[in-house]
Design a protein around this ligand. Structure first.
Ligand code: LLP
Length: 381
C-alpha cells in the first residue's frame, strides 16, 4: 500500500489495521504460480492472520490451511476450507482438540511426539476412525533467524528428535488406527538467509533415506513455512521472493515419484498487505530523546516488544524536515516501544502514522492488557 493510499485513512478514528487486498491478491497469485511450476501444495498458516476477508482471498486461490489449535481448525472450516485440505500441527494438542479434528475428518495430524501419537491412536480407536498422521521431525537445522522464532534446533521444544525415531517407528505396528502418510518439518520463521532452506533439503533427504532403508515410504513431504519478508524497505520488495524459495526445493529436495510436497507459509503471504494505522497523542521531550506517543501500543502489535522486531514507521500527515524520535505506545510498560532513534518528519499531536508490514502476527497477537479495546480492521480492495 503506497503512502498516498494510506493517507486516505487519515480522517478515521484510530488505531486500526488497514489491509491492502489488492496486494494480498497479487502476492497469492505469485506464490501460487511459483509453487505451481513444481506441483507444490501450499497450506496457509492461519496463525499469521485469521481474519475472514483474508481467509476468503486465500481460499479462493485454492490454498489449504495449516492450523495449530482446535479453534484454528474451526475457523478454517467456517471460512470454507475443505477438511481434506486442513493439517493440524502443534506441540500440545489437547484431547478435546484432537477429538474435534477427528470428528471433522481433517487431512492430517502433524504429530510432535510418541506420547501424542498414543493419544491420537486411543481417541481415533474410540471413534472407530483412522487418523492420517505425519511425523514432525526436529531436523536440527539452523534457520539463522531470531532465537525466539527458531523451531528446528534440538534445544527447541518442537518435533520428534532424530535419535527417537529408531524406537518410535516400529510402534506403528501397535497403532492400527494411525496411518503414517508423511514427514513434516518447520525450522523457523522470518528466514531471509535462504541457505537455511538448502540445509533443510539436505537433512530431509537424509531422513527420507533413513526411512526407506527401513522399508517406509511416504506419499507426502511437508517442509513447513518460514520464508521471510522485507520489513526495512517494503515499497521496494512488497512481494517475497517466492521464485527463489521454491526453486531451492525443486533443485535440492529429493522428491520421489508421485510424492506430494507441501508448504506451510504464513508471514510471506500476508505480512506486507497489513498496516497498523495510529494517531499521535503526544510529543514528549525527554532528556536524551524525543518521544512520539501513539494511540496504538504493544497491545495492538506485540512484535517489537516481544522480539525487538523492526517495522517501518511512516508519518502520513507531515512532510516537514526529519528529526530523531523514539516511537512508543500508551501501555504502562517500558517495553511498549515500536522504534528507537528513527528519523521521522517533524511530528505533532494529531499526526497519523502507518506501521508497515504488520499483516502477519499483528492482529492475531492482540492482547487486552490494560483493558484495551479490540483494534478494528478495514480492507481496501
Ligand atoms: N508451520 C508451523 C508448524 C509453524 O510453527 C509456523 C509458524 C508456520 C508454519 C508459519 O511460518 P511462517 O511462514 O509464517 O514463517 N509470532 C512470530 C512468528 C511465530 C511463527 C510460529 N510458527 C513473529 O511475529 O515473528
Amino acid at each position: 500500500m503506497r503512502k498516498e493510499q494510506l493517507q486516505a485513512f487519515a480522517q478515521q478514528p484510530t488505531p486500526f489495521y488497514a489491509y491492502d487486498l489488492a496486494l494480498l491478491r497479487q502476492t497469492l497469485a505469485v506464490a501460487q504460480a511459483e509453487a505451481g511450476k513444481y506441483g507444490y501444495h501450499i497450506h496457509y498458516a492461519l496463525k499469521a492472520n485469521a481474519n475472514a476477508p483474508i481467509l476468503a482471498e486465500i481460499l479462493e486461490k485454492g490454498f489449504g490451511a495449516d492450523c495449530v489449535s482446535g479453534n484454528e481448525v474451526r475457523r478454517a472450516l467456517e471460512a470454507g476450507f475443505p477438511p481434506e485440505q486442513i493439517v493440524f500441527a502443534g506441540v500440545g494438542k489437547s484431547d478435546a482438540e484432537i477429538n474435534f479434528a477427528l470428528d471433522t475428518d481433517i487431512f492430517c495430524f502433524n504429530s510432535e511426539s510418541g506420547q501424542e501419537l498414543e493419544v491420537i491412536q486411543e481417541l481415533a480407536a474410540a471413534k472407530g476412525k483412522t487418523a492420517q498422521v505425519a511425523l514432525r521431525i526436529n531436523p536440527n537445522v539452523d534457520a539463522y533467524t531470531h532465537k525466539h522464532i527458531t523451531t528446528g534446533l534440538e534445544e527447541n521444544k518442537f518435533g520428534i528428535n532424530l535419535w527417537e525415531l529408531e524406537e518410535l517407528v516400529p510402534r506403528f505396528a501397535e497403532w492400527p488406527n494411525l496411518k503414517l502418510i508423511g514427514l513434516h518439518f518447520h525450522i523457523g520463521s522470518q528466514i531471509t538467509d535462504l541457505r537455511a532452506f538448502e540445509n533443510l533439503c539436505g537433512r530431509v533427504n537424509e531422513i527420507q533415506r533413513w526411512f526407506e532403508e527401513r522399508g517406509r515410504t511416504f506419499p507426502h513431504l511437508n517442509v513447513g513455512g518460514g520464508l521471510g519478508v522485507d520489513y526495512h524497505t517494503p515499497e521496494e520488495n512488497p512481494i517475497a521472493d517466492f521464485a527463489a524459495y521454491f526453486s531451492i526445493f525443486n533443485r535440492l529436495l529429493e522428491k520421489r515419484n508421485g510424492q506430494i510436497v507441501h508448504f506451510e507459509l504464513g508471514r510471506a503471504l500476508v505480512a506486507p498487505s497489513g498496516n497498523l494505522i495510529s494517531r499521535v497523542l503526544y510529543l514528549k521531550h525527554g532528556q536524551k530523546t524525543n518521544f512520539v506517543i501513539l494511540d496504538a501500543g504493544m497491545t495492538e502489535l506485540m512484535r517489537p516488544a516481544l522480539y525487538q522486531a523492526y517495522h517501518k514507521i511512516e508519518n502520513l500527515t507531515s512532510d516537514l524536515p526529519t528529526q530523531s524520535y523514539d516511537v512508543v505506545g500508551p501501555i504502562c510498560e517500558s517495553t511498549d516501544c515500536f522504534a528507537k532513534g528513527i528519523q521521522l518528519p517533524e511530528t505533532k499531536r494529531g499526526d497519523v502514522v502507518a506501521i508497515r508490514t504488520a499483516g502477519a502476527y499483528g492482529e492475531v497477537m492482540v492482547s487486552e492488557y490494560n483493558l484495551r479495546d479490540r483494534v478494528k480492521a478495514v480492507y481496501l480492495s
